[in-house]
Design a protein around this ligand. Structure first.
Ligand code: ADP
Ligand code: GN1
Ligand code: MG
Length: 376
């Protein structure tokens, strides 16, 4: 994404990091909803060296030190694994650039917290899948990410956003905001409110399975949307999983479900014409195939059986979060137009409704893909 030049504004910040070359240009970059991301271009002789500069959203990530400790720990672990497998440690995971003071982030005098990553060149992050097979590759990369972290000491991870995918608590928060209705927006969205309320009963399904040990707690990414993976445009292969802010203990079903709600839709997450939003079952099948493969046999029978539930619940949860934020006055997700969060909520609910209609088909696909994985 191009945008207003921010070179002068960001120059003092960039100087705090150990970057190669002289500052060329700093411009806004990417489509994240949370952090402020810029591309930094440095010049060294003929060479152009790029970095990603991010202002960490500290109203969401209240403890940036804990956040960065998670990221440096996880990337160190991943680099060891990647290196042992003969991979490229500078491309296959994020590299945090140190500050001149030797830290992993810089706190500016105005309180803003910034970090820098090496830019991973020759890759792209997509908002929508272009070739269905590429979705299988993305799934494999997310599954492999989880696999590589399966021996990460989970107890050392900080829970940077407590109860991040606790759908029941998210529902309670939704009800509280609805009761308060601070902007008087509730009356106009009664259809969406009813949609959520009708589905309240099933919201604890995954939490219940976790609580009684029927599915395992794993180190998961927790924000597996398609634009959080860098793909090689030539081969379609997943190169690097990014946006590691929410790596925390969770379930594989969070990672699977979140990827489906975003990537297996026929429309963008914020499509205004909800009639264009459908669950693409071919994409769903490709994702199941890639994810099972990427997890390399570690998914239990119960986890596999619950994949459709993960997809439905994560989609419902995300729609509910967008609706909550709409009711609250758009204080969490960045918006770019009026009603943006409501549009996002509606696409998610359209997907939930369609998943409910296509439930048997989704279960059949999972059964077929699990059988295929068993044969391969
Ligand atoms: P947010 O938390 O706001 O979603 P992300 O960390 O996902 O922020 O970054 C936003 C976008 O910036 C990504 O979708 C991707 O396009 C791009 N990006 C982030 N890190 C890198 C990197 N190291 N190399 C190349 N592009 C990156
Ligand atoms: C946010 O950071 P980004 O844009 O990748 C959000 C996710 C939501 C997603 C919806 C920390 O992800 O949980 O699923 O928007 N991240 C956080 O698009 O809340
Ligand atoms: Mg992101």
């Amino acid at each position: 994404m191009s945008g207003t030049d921010r070179t002068d504004e960001m120059r003092p910040v960039v100087k705090e990091f150990l970057l190669r070359g002289e500052i060329g240009r700093i411009v806004p970059y990417g489509n994240g909803h949370i952090n402020d991301t810029c591309l930094v271009e440095m010049r060294e002789g003929e060479e152009n060296i790029k970095y990603i500069l991010q202002r960490i959203n500290t109203s969401i990530f209240r403890d940036p030190k804990a956040l960065m400790d998670n990221i440096t720990g996880v990337t160190r672990h991943l680099k060891k694994k990647i290196s042992a497998a003969g991979g490229d440690v500078r491309r296959e995971t994020l590299s945090v650039v140190e500050t001149t003071a030797g830290g992993s982030f810089y706190r500016a005098p105005d309180g803003g917290c910034y970090r820098v990553y090496e830019y991973i060149d020759g890759t792209e992050s997509l908002e929508q899948i272009e070739k269905p097979e590429d979705f299988c590759a993305a799934a494999e990369a997310f599954g492999n990410f989880q696999y590589l972290l399966s021996d990460y000491p989970a107890e050392t991870l900080h829970e940077v956003i407590p109860d991040f995918h606790n759908t029941v608590k998210r529902y309670e928060r939704f009800l509280a905001v609805l009761r308060e209705d601070p902007l008087g927006r509730a009356a106009a969205v009664s259809a969406e409110v009813d949609f959520v309320k009708k589905r309240a009963d099933g919201m604890g399904e995954l939490l219940g399975l976790l609580a009684d040990g029927r599915i395992p707690l794993r180190v998961t990414h927790n924000d597996t949307k398609l634009n959080n993976i860098l793909l090689d445009p030539a081969t379609g292969r997943g190169v690097c999983i990014i946006d590691l802010d929410t790596v925390m203990p969770g379930t594989s079903l969070y990672d699977f479900g979140d990827a489906i709600r975003f990537g297996a839709s026929t429309a963008l997450e914020d499509e205004e014409d909800v009639s264009l939003v459908h669950l693409n079952t071919e994409l769903f099948a490709f994702y199941v195939r890639g994810y099972v493969r990427g997890c390399r046999g570690t998914l239990t029978e119960m986890e596999t059986a619950m994949l459709p539930s993960g997809a439905r619940l994560m989609t419902l949860e995300c729609g509910m979060r967008f609706l909550t934020d709409y009711l609250e006055g758009d204080v969490y997700f960045k918006i770019h137009r009026k009603g943006h969060n409501l549009d996002r909520c509606r696409t998610q609910f359209a997907l939930v409704a369609e998943m409910e209609q296509k439930w048997e088909q989704m279960k059949k696909i999972v059964g077929e893909e699990a059988a295929r994985a068993g044969r391969d």
